[in-house]
Design a protein around this ligand. Structure first.
Ligand SMILES: [Zn+2]
Length: 167
């Protein structure tokens, strides 16, 4: 009888021990890292984006040059991500690069943009993604104007526009 009691005691203390180990704060690390980010499944993106937006933002497509709604756009305001609405570029840094895509020499702040190496063409390019939702925006090149010398070449489809509010 005593032996059986001891046996149960071992099992119970075993359960308690593992309970403590698995409840250590480590398990929250991943959530913290993704805090405030827009994370959706592929199906959720398909449901909330137009087919054209899905193709470019989620499948890294490129719109035809000179066809986008913003390459000639000159209003003052902020260009936001078409996927999640985060602020990406100010009209103050937009310029006419002659490429047929909206071009900026600087993002609204560095942490809005994520860069990745893109080897899909024979020459390596730097892909630009929305840091909040991971949507594909375009590419950045070193042939831009002063003061940065950078050209952020962005698909109109990846952007929406918020006009500057009337003062
Ligand atoms: Zn986004």
């Amino acid at each position: 009888m005593n032996k059986i009691k001891k046996y149960y005691l071992y099992i119970i203390s075993g359960i308690l021990f593992f309970g403590i180990v698995y409840n250590t704060p480590n398990s929250n690390k991943k959530e913290e890292k993704n805090m405030n980010k827009t994370i959706k499944t592929d199906k959720e993106w398909k449901d909330c984006l137009t087919p054209e937006e899905y193709k470019i933002l989620r499948e890294k497509g490129t719109e035809m040059a000179f066809t986008g709604k913003y390459y000639k756009h000159k209003e003052e305001g902020v260009y936001i991500c078409a996927g999640c609405g985060d602020n990406l570029f100010s009209s103050k840094t937009k310029y006419d690069s002659g490429t047929g895509w909206p071009s900026f020499w600087e993002p609204i702040s560095g942490d809005k943009i994520k860069e990745e190496i893109d080897k899909s063409l024979p020459f390596v390019r730097t892909e630009i993604l929305c840091n909040n939702c991971g949507g594909h925006l375009g590419h950045v090149f070193n042939d831009g104007p002063n003061p940065t010398g950078l050209r952020y070449c962005i698909n109109s489809v990846s952007l929406d526009f918020k006009a500057e509010e009337d003062k």
